[in-house]
Ligand binder design. Structure first.
Ligand SMILES: Cc1ncc(COP(=O)(O)O)c(C=O)c1O
Length: 423
């Protein structure tokens, strides 16, 4: 369905996700990876229930890093035994909740995180599989947004593990190495996997799983096709053969994670021009969508290099536009100096390739505009149409808060309250 039809039937702004593309991306990625492998879908990219459910249907497992993503994954149809819970700030309550939901596999980000997982598992009388997340000692050359190999809140420094391997040996069943995101070229991908595989081999722990992360790039908010990594499978298989001979028989099982590659190219955002005006020599197109719907991670240097496609209604002489949204802040600027055919109020623009890190990576709550409608297409036809809504739930003022650490309330001599929390 083109932008005009979507806008007429469902209004704007509208996110549109194409399930045919989700399946194709999944097939393409799996064809790129060494076999056998396990592929986790990272729900942070797009937790939409039908999109995530489609990937569950393709045999993906799921990587979740919050109680919300855990609930979304279960609701989308991932069985709990297919979930990996990750994240540097898992509380004891988060872990206990995941265990109660049937999750058994965790990434441990530090020795304390590992202790917390083990304590919660003992309390629940269950056995878990813990992958120790490692922060390599060197960054991978060519990596854009490095998440490890430098000082980081993610993982445990390799040097710390090497200094005291007995703290972890026998307690962890696997390793987790997620080095970075949105890598567009095969050589950089391979360099990071080589580093990870070498680390795993050097540690010499008995491993049932080696999670090599991912980092598979995808075009973001600009036109373009899925990237191809044609030599990755054979080159990576050779590396695994060289360093971890048992991997083909699951010793260790090799796994990967991807959000962006699996869903980035399935989505587009359709927005309408509300106003066009000139101020001090600059022409502004004011849209009905902005950083509350796309690009809210701009503060994290993640504002996409946005390149919208003009749609129906446009036709005047091309000129540069500053594209802004409806929020009352100059931060709500998607792009400056984008050359587009003459725009008028009512025209439609389409932002391609925003199926990952779109709506839920934005500032949805700021200013209280309604969320865009989300339209899911399968075989070109709408199969699911919905709109996210934030709502406030009241928390009784007397509710005990189990996560408050014991002793914290004594400082102000409010012993009565301490008793209340302890109940
Ligand atoms: C641990 C971990 N796994 C997976 C992902 C998903 O990355 P991507 O969407 O680039 O595939 C991220 C993203 O930051 C991550 O931190």
């Amino acid at each position: 369905m083109n932008a005009d039809e979507i806008a007429r039937r469902f209004g704007t702004p509208a996110y549109v996700y194409d399930l045919t593309e989700v399946r194709a991306a999944c097939r393409a990625l799996r064809d790129t990876l060494p076999r056998p492998h396990r592929l986790y879908y990272s729900l942070k990219a797009n937790p939409h229930p039908v999109v995530a459910g489609t990937l569950a249907g393709q045999g993906c497992h799921a990587e979740v890093s919050s109680t919300g993503e855990l609930a979304a994954a279960l609701a989308a149809g991932f069985p709990p035994e297919h979930l990996l819970m990750t994240g540097p700030g898992k509380t004891g309550a988060d872990i206990a909740g995941a265990l109660a939901a049937g999750v058994r596999r965790f990434s441990a980000e530090s020795a304390a995180d590992l202790d917390r997982i083990e304590t919660a598992a003992r309390a629940a009388a269950v056995t878990t599989e813990c992958l120790l997340r490692i922060n390599a000692d060197q960054p991978v050359p060519g990596m854009g947004l490095a998440m490890t190999g430098t000082a980081s809140q993610f993982g445990t420094d390799l040097s710390a593990v090497l200094a005291a391997p007995e703290r972890f040996r026998g307690r962890v069943t696997g390793l987790h190495l997620y080095m970075g995101t949105n890598i567009a070229d095969e050589d950089t991908l391979l360099r990071q996997y080589e580093q990870s595989i070498t680390i795993a081999a050097a540690l010499g722990f008995e491993l049932s799983e080696l999670d090599l992360g991912g980092g598979f790039g995808a075009p973001y908010s600009v036109p373009g096709d899925r990237y191809a990594f044609p030599g990755l499978r054979s080159r990576l298989s050779a590396l695994l053969d060289q360093h971890l001979a048992g991997w083909r028989h699951g010793r260790p099982g090799v796994s990967f994670e991807s959000g962006r590659y699996l869903t980035g190219t399935c989505g587009r955002l359709i927005t309408r021009v509300v106003d066009v005006k000139t101020s001090k020599g600059k022409t502004y197109a004011v849209l009905d969508s902005g950083v509350h719907h796309l690009g809210g991670m701009a503060g994290l240097r993640r504002l996409p290099r946005l390149q919208p496609r003009p749609h129906v209604g446009t036709g005047g002489d091309a000129q540069p536009y500053t594209l802004v949204g409806p929020l009352c802040t100059p931060l709500d600027t998607w792009a400056q100096g984008v050359t587009l055919p003459g725009l008028a109020a009512g025209d439609l623009l389409e932002i391609p390739n925003v199926g990952a890190y779109g709506l839920t990576a934005s500032l949805l709550a700021f200013l209280g505009h309604p969320a865009p409608v989300e339209v899911v297409l399968d075989d070109g036809e709408p199969v699911h149409v919905s709109r996210l809504a934030l709502h406030r739930t009241e928390v009784p003022v007397t509710t005990p808060t189990p996560t408050i650490p014991a002793g914290n309330n004594n400082k102000t001599n409010n012993n009565d309250k301490t008793k209340e929390y302890a109940r």
